[in-house]
Design a protein around this ligand. Sequence first.
Ligand code: BTN
Length: 266
Amino acid sequence: MPLPREFAEPLERRARELSPLGSRVIWHAETRSTNADAVALAERGVAEGAIVLADSQTAGRGRLGRSWSSPAGAGIYASVLLRPDRQVTGLLSLAAGVAVADAIESATGLAPVLKWPNDVYLGGSNAQLGRKVAGILTEGGISGEEGWAVVGFGINVLPASLPAPVSARATSLEGELGRSIDRGELLAACLAGLAARYAQLRQGRHVRVIESWRRRASATFGRLVEWNETGSMQRGLVHGIDEQGGLLVSTPGGIARICSGELRWT
Ligand code: BTN
């Protein structure tokens, strides 16, 4: 299906900034999950840079086995296939979070906050973090000799993108701004940012990504988090992230490092 002009024009205009992303762009008016589609491409040996976009998803996937609400025309649903070296893979998700947050700021003037590992929040204050506007799901695997990663991102653009039960915890760009925004320009900015961050990682400039992530997440530092570790609840104050992207939390017993899993933010 041809890519609608809303997306084709900004992607063409910024084509040089997108490389190696955009070697192939696949558009679906409706699909189950752009991540699932991109994973299938990875397993078929398709080259790095393929992008899968959809106007709606019927089985959008979120982190930790959750679903991602994806009604038609209400959000950005995109997945990018990469074939990174092993030392790049671990920081791809954080890099994508920075790219999406930066793109939202440049398109809207709003100042998103990143909540580890890469939830994008808006409208926070000292008392609370605000509400989630975008999320990133990175999936990886190996086919043949080569590793692949699919970086998927979903951005709530219209209030219609939010299912009622989560709307107290989620928000949308147009809901926050009170005006319409251009989905194509925002998508192109996200992809250009992701391409730039991917280049930094491949050049060994991981520290640039980590520092940008820390700046975007500083409002979350000092917040109380709880997590389950082999059956017992642990608590501590968010301290930052280390050079591998692990979350560092100050606890009475010292600094704990969290690599994955469910955190409860209080
Ligand atoms: C999260 O739980 O915060 C991650 C949400 C990721 C959603 C996006 S939408 C495009 C891509 N396709 C999917 O099925 N999921 C990701």
